[in-house]
Design a protein around this ligand. Structure first.
Ligand code: UCC
Ligand code: FAD
Length: 583
């Protein structure tokens, strides 16, 4: 080596080729469907310029903060140097900047200012959709904050929650509050009615002190929370089950010595993802609180929060799919394999196109639910709208939560090995997607919620579903390019109607076994109709038509397919159990 004239010491020669990374461009300008949807429904210049400017900020500035939240996760300091218990959750500067930004940009406020009437929620959620994958999971506290504001609005904005409402919905960063949502205890997150042990001890001034243990509390640096507890009577007894649960409002505050009032932070959770955000176990030891619901109406009252947070969850799911696609399609213009760019390999494009179809479907489904929410909040919802909103909220949450994992996982593969490399930021997208089907109601629990709302409405929600889906299809009857898609949705809808009729004659266990497939069928058929409807709009593009046709090629009514195979018959559960526990 030295004889060849090289110096004795030199840097390693590692070659001259370095792959260019995928570049995040303005997520608003990069999203043809989002812009098309807004051009169709909310074509205000002020909305476009706000979303465009925000998109630019997200790409240039905020995305970096999101990354900082990931690499600098929160930590818990239990004691001060002198041994006093302080329970400080130390968060990154970037996390704090997210709070300021959220207020300034009106990410909660827009939904309550209602400057765009029935379309205000669509506007708000479009902004969150652009923000979500860059937000360092700040969309989680925002979801709960929005949900808390909604609950307060529904119980009445008066003492003791007047001030809280104004802080949750303000655009002033120094006044802005976030809220927690403490429902889960060790015995049960899904079965809240059986799992809640927390008791509320009445105080002489009409307030309460809460004693209990909350097993999962996210974004625990919040300023306030809504939570569930059982009111103790004079003898200290409580009512068990759902009828014993009431809804409480509590502020998270500190005493003169800097100690949390009535709360000990047991520990922070060590999580697969969502690491940017603190999730804690909390001992409530005399937390001062006010009852917001009538006694025993806790679950029904917090249901308003669940509607909002489940819609936020769906926005995050659609947005994670969109983000990985935006990056993947950019990467495909930069990476060469077998002599040509990835974008010039038809099989690679087919893979991305399939992801695109899923993403478009998810987007239209969630935006339609936002549209319905907006109509309800503007006081113009028909009975049909109200039924659809109730039915489609669990449907959109469970469907998009699951699809996000599949699409983001496929998206990671489209970067090859780099998709698996931590500091590209890509693996975090997959980790964070995995939670979307767990919190705010798991897939099965929400499928059962669908059954319950069908039963409690005596089938009216399904009637609304069939009526509206048919009306969406009717608008496309004369569009020949969409005929195969219309035929497919129409056929699936008939199969679904048939299933419903047969299932109604069977017992509850039959229905429960079919619940997940039923929810998937509801999601796929309705989404097919939405894609068709969007493709019929006069401003639609050929890609809108193509996406509708592609979506409708899949089995849109799995519940009918599986019913024909006898999958829900009483012989199935023992076979399933035997298979699972086969030794
Ligand atoms: O996970 C959580 C926070 C995570 C962080 C936030 C992320 C947000 C997204 C961010 C994106 C980045 S908080 C924990 C969430 N936990 C859950 O979602 C619980 C899942 N379990 C269920 O949903 C169950 O179905 C329960 C708890 C609702 C079942 O309780 P009950 O008491 O057994 O249910 P009932 O008896 O069916 O319902 C009691 C009342 C009824 O009203 P009435 O008495 O008037 O008939 C129901 O109609 O509550 C009403 N109700 C509802 N109303 C129940 N569910 C609903 C609903 N979904 N909508 C409207
Ligand atoms: P379980 O209820 O024990 O469910 C276990 C499994 O059983 C699931 O697959 C479920 O689908 C299935 N299952 C349950 N019942 C049925 C049934 N009847 N039929 C068929 N299948 C069923 N909670 C809060 O209150 N506040 C928070 O801020 C919060 N933050 C969270 C943050 C993270 C990162 C995570 C992971 C969770 C958080 N949670 C929070 C808790 C979350 O809401 C619960 O974990 C979730 O609701 C599930 O409850 P569980 O963990 O008790 O599961």
């Amino acid at each position: 080596w030295e004889a060849a004239g090289h110096p004795p010491f030199t840097r390693a020669r590692i070659g001259s080729f370095f792959q260019e990374k995928a570049v995040l461009k303005n997520p608003f300008l990069e999203d043809a469907l989002l812009r098309g949807y807004l051009r169709r429904h909310l074509p205000q210049e002020v909305v476009f310029s706000d979303l465009c400017a925000f998109g630019e900020r997200v790409a240039k500035e905020v995305d970096g903060w999101g990354r900082e939240c990931e690499v600098n996760p929160p930590r818990l300091v239990h004691f001060d140097p002198w041994g006093r218990r302080v329970d400080h959750i130390v968060t990154s500067e970037a996390w704090k900047r997210m709070k300021e930004l959220s207020a300034q940009e009106g990410l909660v406020a827009i939904g309550y200012e209602r400057a765009f009437g029935e379309w205000s929620r669509v506007y708000q959620m479009s902004k969150l959709y652009i923000f979500s994958p860059s937000s360092g999971l700040y969309t989680c506290p925002l979801a709960m904050t929005d949900g808390a504001a909604k609950v307060i609005q529904s119980v009445g904005v008066s003492w003791p929650v007047e001030e809280a409402y104004s802080r949750l919905t303000t655009r002033q960063p120094e006044r802005f509050w976030t809220s927690g949502q403490w429902m889960t205890e060790r015995q049960g997150g899904s079965d809240v009615a059986s799992g809640t042990e927390t008791v509320a001890v009445p105080q002489t001034d009409g307030s309460y002190k809460l004693h209990g243990f909350k097993w999962f509390t996210s974004a625990t640096d919040a300023d306030m929370t809504l939570t569930l507890a059982r009111v103790q009577d004079r003898t200290g007894a409580t009512t068990s089950g759902s009828k014993g649960l009431s809804l409480f409002y509590a502020e998270v505050s500190r005493d003169e010595d800097g100690r949390l009032r009535g709360i000990e932070v047991q520990r922070l959770k060590d999580k697969l993802g969502t690491r940017q955000m603190p999730t804690a176990e909390l001992l409530l030891d005399g937390l001062p609180a006010h009852r917001l619901s009538d006694e025993g109406r806790g679950v029904a009252s917090i249901a308003n929060m669940l509607t909002i947070t489940r819609i936020h969850n769906s926005i995050s799911a659609a947005s994670a799919m969109r983000r990985v696609l935006q990056l993947a399609r950019d990467y495909a213009t930069r990476r060469t394999a077998f002599g040509k760019l990835l974008k010039d390999h038809p099989l690679h494009m087919q893979t991305l196109a399939r992801m695109e179809v899923e993403t478009r479907g998810a987007f239209l489904l969630v935006m339609d639910v936002c549209r319905l929410l907006g109509r309800e909040e503007s006081g113009i919802a028909t009975q049909l709208d109200a039924h659809l909103l109730r039915l489609l909220t669990p449907v959109v949450k469970l469907y998009t939560g699951k699809q996000a994992v599949a699409v983001v996982s496929e998206g990671l593969e489209s970067f090859g090995g780099q998709g698996y490399i931590e500091d590209t930021g890509l693996p975090g997208l997959l980790r964070d997607a995995q939670v979307l089907s767990i919190w705010e109601g798991t897939t099965n629990v929400l499928s059962l919620d669908v059954l319950r709302c069908v039963a409690r409405s005596s089938g009216m929600v399904l009637h609304a579903y069939f009526t509206h889906t048919k009306s969406l299809l009717a608008g496309a009857s004369s569009v020949s390019s969409l005929a195969p898609a219309v035929k497919a949705v129409d056929g699936s809808l008939s199969e679904l109607e048939e299933f419903v009729q047969v299932a109604a004659t069977r017992g509850q266990s039959y229905l429960e076994l079919a619940a997940r497939d039923l929810a998937y069928s509801l999601a796929r058929i309705y989404t097919g109709a939405l894609l068709i409807d969007h493709a019929c709009w006069k401003g639609a593009s050929p890609s809108d038509t193509y996406a509708a046709l592609r979506w409708c090629e899949q089995d849109m009514c799995p519940v009918a397919t599986k019913q024909k195979r006898g999958c829900y018959d009483s012989s199935t559960p023992p076979l399933d159990a035997a298979l699972v526990y086969d030794q």
